[in-house]
Design a protein around this ligand. Structure first.
Ligand SMILES: Cc1ncc(COP(=O)(O)O)c(C=O)c1O
Length: 384
């Protein structure tokens, strides 16, 4: 019911506190299956200070727009591109939709089709429905990476592009992007890399010596990349990123927005009014942590994943789906449904899909949380 008279701030906050009390919080150490985390204090401060900035009307907020451009520039550079074109958007979903939209608009095919791995995120289902692009699913190999031969077999005159994933949602697997890039170049097709999760993990993990395939703009076939600062970037939600190699992709999805303060401007994003504070927070976190800071976060997360995977292997009845590639460890058990329900009942923020439970070593996940989880898991698996 819409209240007739307002309540005091104190009353409103108290009511909210009570209403949100069933929520799990990141600082509780119970959320083990999310790709989000508690944001960095600096990013929170930046959002608080610049909460009113609207990048949907950059004529008003010229400085913020420049900062967004700089943030896109720094992310592009991280991904091996001197000058990229893109935006800080609402998340990986919007970024993927924008990439598919650009590919479709450039291809101008009557019956557009997009080839993507069976492991792709469900955001592509939304893109498909909204954009009228048929999804053509490519099979996975035994190691859960996409079967590049199957991708090639599925190319037709209707194909508008190919998708590869650098850090799949369920297992953190990185597809053979170099092979996909070669294929894309051979057939003259654009390749989109969904690195929503891996984009802020892989560059640092590679530097730490982990053997992970190349995945970014250093490969010539890669025309766009999704990279989400609200995952491993420690930036508050919403903060996704879409970067294109060439300006023409951005132009292909831009519409005129004539009534704004900046005169005639062009908008490529799906959202119109959109938070400048998010872009400023991305910029601030990159400036503050730098390559070395992110590398340290990733080092910890990768080491924890390897330790956790080795502990899981010691539990009878529990098996790894595959050795971790990034900081995601997924495991199965017998009676998975019952095990999942009991772990949830004990307050663990996890979920089982496709026959396994996914644990994501985000910055808020500490060894003691995992030890407590392992203790519960041992007991629960034994009981079923
Ligand atoms: C690989 C991948 N792509 C895209 C997304 C969608 O991102 P968002 O939830 O920020 O829209 C996710 C989310 O988990 C993801 O793992």
């Amino acid at each position: 019911m819409f209240p007739r008279r307002g309540a005091s701030e104190k009353e409103v906050l108290e009511e909210l506190e009570e209403k949100t009390s069933p929520d799990l919080t990141f600082d509780s150490g119970r959320i083990l299956g999310s790709m989000c985390t508690y944001p960095h204090p600096l990013a929170i401060e930046v959002v608080r200070r610049y909460i009113d900035r609207n990048l949907g009307d950059p004529g008003l907020h010229v400085g913020s727009q420049r900062v967004e451009d700089e943030a896109v520039g720094m992310l592009s550079e991280l991904l091996g591109l001197k000058r990229g074109y893109g935006h800080i958007v609402s998340g990986g979903t919007e970024a993927n939709i924008l990439a598919v939209r650009a590919f479709r608009n450039i291809a101008k095919t009557e019956n557009p089709e997009l080839i993507l791995p069976a492991s792709a995120h469900f955001s592509f289902l939304k893109a498909s429905e909204m954009l009228g692009v048929k999804l053509v699913w490519a099979k996975l190999r035994e190691d859960y990476s996409v079967d590049v031969k199957d991708v090639e077999a599925k190319i037709t005159d209707n194909t508008i592009g190919i998708v590869g994933i650098a850090g799949t949602t369920g297992l953190g697997v990185v597809d053979d992007i170099p092979a996909l890039s070669d294929l894309a170049l051979e057939y003259g097709l654009p390749l989109h890399v969904d690195a929503a999760f891996g984009g802020l993990v892989i560059p640092f993990a590679k530097k730490l010596g982990y053997k992970i395939p190349d995945f970014d703009f250093r490969l010539k076939g890669v025309k766009s990349i999704t990279i989400d600062p609200h995952k491993m970037g420690m930036v508050p939600i919403p903060a996704g990123g879409i970067i294109f190699r060439e300006k023409r992709f951005l132009e292909a999805i831009s519409v005129p927005a004539p009534y704004l303060a900046g005169g005639k401007v062009w908008q490529a994003t799906i959202t119109g009014t959109r938070p400048g504070a998010s872009a400023l927070a991305v910029w601030a976190m990159i400036k503050h942590l730098g390559f070395e800071g992110y590398k340290e976060i990733v080092r910890r997360a990768m080491e924890l994943s390897r330790w956790f995977a080795s502990e899981l292997k010691r539990i009878p009845g529990v098996y790894l789906i595959r050795e971790p590639v990034l900081n995601i460890v997924s495991f199965g058990t017998e009676n998975l449904k019952e095990v999942e329900e009991e772990l949830k009942r004990r307050g663990w923020g996890i979920s089982a899909h496709r026959g396994y439970v996914r644990i994501v070593m985000m910055p808020h996940v500490k060894k003691e949380h995992l030890e407590a989880f392992l203790e519960d898991l041992r007991g629960v698996v034994k009981a079923f």
